[in-house]
Design a protein around this ligand. Structure first.
Ligand SMILES: O=C(O)CCC(=O)C(=O)O
Ligand SMILES: [Fe+2]
Length: 268
């Protein structure tokens, strides 16, 4: 059983705002979940420019109120992902004590997600389960000062819709293995951004010793969770400076929406 004590051992950063747990679901559960995701009717998918997604648990109003619907049995019964997330203790201070909303993203190799923040509708914790493929996941901070002359800046809208410049060197980068969960909270949720590049292959640079950890070659940043990796083949590729080819990845981003409409009142 996962307990809060285990969580500390799984922390990627010093403050424990990013927790990485490999093998959070078994291979059988992973295949079952991928089958269920693909069994859903075509119209359940929402196509975006660079990925497809499904929303489970209900839609949100413009005022960030969840018009709640039950989550599918393949996250509540078998495999019981919600209870398992609750047991980590990561949602112990959230309104409902557990996620009530899941966005499922599908990425083909070469697809990613621009640096962004998940926003204020949710309790500031997100648990992301990876299925099918690994990916490289980066955390970013905003940069102060004026835009650079070479027009390479990436902007993100701030709370008042103002453009804020994103520092394009990640503050932290992690390798998400298939079947793992990554839990982001604290300032990594509230004041940083996160994103996935649109690589087809992720290349690594070997470190020379313990004080020189392996890096993502394309970004020249440390694989911050390299010690916590659970798969022998992936850990070896990282440590020995080889590469990993992406395949289709599904992510289940599990969050607790704070405000939920009272469905009994809505039906009246
Ligand atoms: O796929 C992922 O790991 C991240 C997805 C994400 O950031 C989101 O859906 O907000
Ligand atoms: Fe996100």
């Amino acid at each position: 059983m996962l307990s809060t004590i285990d969580l500390q051992a799984q922390a990627v950063d010093e403050d424990g705002e990013v927790i990485y747990i490999p093998n959070f679901v078994t291979e059988e559960e992973e295949s079952y979940l991928i089958r269920k995701i693909n069994d859903t009717p075509h119209q359940s998918w929402k196509s975006l420019a660079n990925r497809r997604l499904q929303i489970w648990g209900g839609l949100m109003t413009r005022k960030n109120v969840l018009l709640s619907q039950s989550l599918p049995p393949f996250v509540e019964v078998y495999p019981n992902v919600i209870d398992r997330l609750q047991l980590t203790g990561a949602f112990c201070t959230s309104t409902h004590g557990a996620p009530n909303h899941i966005i499922v993203n599908e990425y083909l190799p070469g697809q990613g997600i621009m640096p962004h923040q998940d926003g204020p509708a949710y309790h500031p914790v997100v648990a992301t389960i990876s299925l099918g493929s690994h990916t490289a996941f980066h955390y970013y901070k905003y940069r102060t000062g004026s835009p650079s002359q070479d027009a390479t800046d990436v902007f993100s809208p701030g709370p008042q819709g103002e453009a804020r410049i994103i520092d394009h060197t990640p503050v932290m980068s992690v390798l998400l293995e298939p079947r793992s969960v990554i839990i982001t909270s604290g300032s990594m949720y509230t004041s940083h951004l996160h994103g996935i590049g649109n690589e087809i292959v992720d290349y690594f640079t070997a470190g020379s010793d313990d004080t020189d950890p392996p890096k993502f070659a394309d970004f020249n940043v440390t694989v911050a969770n390299w010690r916590l990796l659970g798969r022998k083949d992936m850990k070896e590729a990282v440590i020995n400076g080889r590469f990993l080819q992406r395949s289709i990845r599904y992510s289940l981003t599990c969050r607790d929406v704070e405000k939920v409409a009272n469905s009994a009142l809505l039906k009246r």
